[in-house]
Design a protein around this ligand. Structure first.
Ligand SMILES: *[C@@H]1O[C@H](CO)[C@@H](O)[C@H](O)[C@H]1NC(C)=O
Ligand SMILES: *[C@@H]1O[C@H](CO)[C@@H](O)[C@H](O)[C@H]1NC(C)=O
Ligand SMILES: *[C@@H]1O[C@H](CO)[C@@H](O)[C@H](O)[C@H]1NC(C)=O
Length: 433
């Protein structure tokens, strides 16, 4: 232990008057320093609009040499309306005034496939225990038909949030398509257009980048941006608009998350379904630990903090898929194996045949009315996980090798910046807002 300067000095000051004098002097000094600091902060801490024609507002903070600036796109009418709407309290609080203390919050993230969403919501309505928790529906884009489905939910508390900076909300400027954007493989100099290409020489496609942006915005918002969840210390379950959820999903998940730390110390998450989306499980008498899948994954704030610390890795990795970005870049950067625990029989299935990019109103509209026949058998209606089971570890699953540089589609510097800004937006405080 090293001694501090004060400790060393103390015995020399015997006289109380001298001590009091020194105390007053140091207090004054501290006050003056604080004043300088505040004045300094004020002058560099303002929010200023670059100029009226500029498309963005810049926030700058200079605190003890630490430079943080976030440059979110300037709101349009719709994005501002959505941001305000995100502050509304959940619906159905009158029907379900009390949430369970040990609830797992459910986040359903959707784009625009109403025929799918109807099925998912219908399946959720039959999930046992769902009425004790909060369902958050995170929308990429604003679509009446999608809203109507969510507004019809009566089986639990439900809160809608809308990604205000979705490309779908900006019809003629970034993050949507702006008139001056380069296309395909345009040379920015030759065409004097805006944009930087991915590693394969292609310019951004707003519809394609919207998925990764939405996922990242949603993660940041759910964990760090909503008053309903920022204090939530438990787990959060994430599902998508084409995941059919079996009635036992919620109760199974509660058991899995409870068993996880003791049964599988390398497990960061729990899953409702195998990582291979075509599999419905092995029906073994054991739990399974494997690579994290993207059907019904659940983790807690400790894991989110680890992910959030890898914002740079996430935002700069040249792959437009959030899940591949996580597998190939973020999890490997943890420096330890990352597993997820699940039951031997799926409690959720992915049923969508239409890709997310094949929504409505396109020439290539995908016709699939969602009339998939998913049978709910007796075993899917009640808890079918046994706490006494062991864990079967599936290691050496095929995955992305070290050195994999991504499938591209995520090369534009503006997308990198927006992504970094999403990671910062709830962590910088502006004094004037
Ligand atoms: C922030 O500080 C850096 C030097 O640390 C300086 O170059 C920069 O101009 C400052 N920015 C603002 C907005 O004051
Ligand atoms: C939740 O649903 C169960 C039946 O699944 C019921 O027994 C319970 O009373 C419900 N709780 C609330 C708060 O509605
Ligand atoms: C969150 O999950 C991790 C990984 O399973 C676990 O080690 C940790 O104890 C959990 N934290 C809390 C607060 O439950």
């Amino acid at each position: 232990m090293s001694r501090s300067y004060i400790d060393y000095k103390k015995p020399r000051i015997r006289d109380g008057a001298v001590r009091r004098f020194l105390f007053v002097v140091s207090l004054t000094l501290a006050g003056v320093l604080l004043l300088f600091f505040l004045v300094g902060m004020n002058s560099s801490n303002e929010i200023y609009e670059m100029d009226s024609s500029s498309s963005s507002i810049e926030f700058s903070f200079n605190t003890s040499g630490l430079i943080k600036s976030i440059k979110l796109p300037k709101h349009n009418h719709l994005s501002k309306m959505l941001e305000d709407r995100n502050q509304l309290p959940p619906r159905n609080m009158d029907l379900y005034p009390n949430l369970a203390k040990d609830r797992i919050v459910i986040v359903l993230y959707v784009h625009n496939r109403p025929q799918y969403l109807k099925l998912v919501v219908d399946s959720l309505s039959r999930v046992s225990g769902v009425n004790e928790t909060l369902l958050i529906v995170s929308h990429d884009g604003y679509f009446d038909e999608m809203n109507k489905i969510v507004e019809g939910i009566r089986f639990c508390q439900v809160k809608q949030v809308f990604a205000p900076f979705s490309p779908h909300i900006f019809p003629s400027s970034f993050p949507g398509v702006s008139p001056n954007d380069c296309r395909d493989k345009d040379d920015p100099v030759e065409k004097s257009c805006e944009g930087s290409t991915d590693q394969y020489g292609n310019h951004r496609s707003p519809k394609i980048v919207s998925l990764k942006h939405h996922w990242w915005w949603m993660m940041n918002t759910v964990w760090d941006g909503l008053k309903e969840t920022t204090g939530h210390s438990g787990d959060v379950l994430f599902i998508e608009e084409d995941h059919f959820i079996f009635p036992n999903a919620y109760q199974n998940m509660k058991i899995l998350t409870e068993l996880k730390p003791s049964k599988c110390p390398d497990c960061y998450a729990a899953n409702l379904a195998p990582s291979n989306v075509k599999s419905r499980g092995e029906n073994w008498n054991s739990l399974v630990a494997e690579r994290m899948g993207n059907v019904g994954y659940t983790f807690n704030r400790t894991v989110w903090r680890k992910i959030h610390r890898k914002a740079t890795e996430f935002c700069f990795f040249d792959d437009y898929n959030w899940d591949i970005t996580m597998w190939a870049m973020v999890y490997p950067s943890f420096g330890r194996p990352v597993y997820s625990i699940r039951g031997p029989r799926a409690s959720a299935v992915h049923f969508g045949k239409c890709g997310l990019h094949q929504g409505q109103g396109e020439n290539t509209a995908c016709v699939d009315n969602g009339m998939v026949n998913i049978e709910t058998e007796e075993v899917d209606k009640a808890v079918n996980i046994k706490p006494e089971w062991g864990v079967h570890v599936l290691s050496n699953q095929e995955g992305y090798q070290a050195g994999f540089r991504g499938w591209g589609g995520w090369g534009d510097k503006r997308d990198h910046q927006l992504c970094l800004d999403f990671a910062k937006m709830y962590h910088v405080r502006s004094k004037t807002s």
